[in-house]
Design a binder for this molecule. Structure first.
Ligand code: NDP
Length: 247
């Protein structure tokens, strides 16, 4: 899994949606999926970042991606249903979804968590993934085999002081993954979670400002597991929470 060595065009003819595709791990995943042949739908908040990823994919000779600028904090059920209808009309099916977008908020003692921050983090990290998945499942069912991947965290498996709503949202993510995996166990849709582990991105440096960034794995180092879960090699893997960095 973490040492998966894919063939050159292992994702050819697949259409894969990546959220938070403009930066960090999501950007690397989008570039990597395209390099292995996938048509990537780039969803994120900052259009200029998505356009830069689009340009990089085109410059590498990859399949032309699609761009979906969307702020997960304000997006409604209608946005997700419209997006699902467009994907169905354009591509006929959806082979993969990587729920990767996320926000950390500010680490703070539990007693100081304010409701507004709590609700925003739940909306961006958890509720949006629920609404988007509800809308996309029927389009994923049109693929011969489809892979639904959520992004968790170490603090989504064991709570840690001061990680507040971010940690709780990741526990929720793990739970949502498990129940979808169970409901769709006998279907063509498999559902799993990735815990990236400490990775050199803006989110990590916000959480650990004093850390030597060069000591961390890069998003590129994590890609074997991301490719494995999107490739047909992982058919039958369902309901798992997997570490992108082996212990
Ligand atoms: P980054 O902060 O580098 O990237 C986060 C991405 O999510 C950005 O593309 C950002 O878009 C997007 N995003 C944030 N808020 C919204 C929103 N409201 N609407 C749409 N898109 C949004 O984070 P990482 O790459 O580090 O994290 C990726 C995932 O991995 C997250 O789910 C994170 O929780 C998880 N993770 C990361 C770890 C790490 O060490 N880096 C460890 C464990 C888990 P924009 O740039 O436009 O704001």
């Amino acid at each position: 899994m973490q040492d998966f060595q894919p063939e050159a065009q292992v994702l050819a003819n697949k259409t894969i949606l990546v959220t938070g595709a403009g930066d960090g791990i999501g950007k690397e995943a989008a570039l990597t999926f395209a390099r292995y042949g996938a048509t990537v739908i780039l969803l994120g908040k900052t259009t200029a970042k998505l356009e830069a990823v689009y340009d990089a994919i085109m410059a590498n000779g990859g399949p032309e991606p699609a761009i979906v600028p969307l702020d997960l904090n304000g997006a409604t059920k209608k946005h997700y249903h419209d997006m699902a209808n467009t994907i169905k009309a354009e591509f006929g099916k959806l082979d993969g979804v990587l729920h990767n977008a996320g926000m950390l908020g500010v680490l703070t003692p539990f007693e100081h968590i304010d409701l507004e921050t709590w609700q925003k983090i739940m909306q961006v990290n958890l509720t949006s993934a629920m609404l988007m998945t509800q809308a996309l499942l029927p389009v994923m069912a049109l693929a011969p085999q489809a892979s639904l991947v959520f992004t968790s965290s170490g603090v989504g498996r064991r709570g840690r002081a001061y990680w507040g709503p971010y940690s709780v949202s990741k526990f929720g993510t793990e739970g949502m993954m498990q129940l979808i995996a169970d409901e769709y166990e006998h279907s063509t849709i498999r559902t799993n979670c990735i815990n990236p582990g400490a990775t050199r991105t803006k989110m990590r440096s916000a959480a650990y400002p004093g850390e030597n960034q060069l000591s961390l794995k890069t998003p590129a180092d994590l890609m074997p597991l991301y490719l494995y879960l999107m490739a047909d090699a992982s058919i039958g893997v369902n309901g798992q929470s997997l570490d992108a960095q082996p212990k």
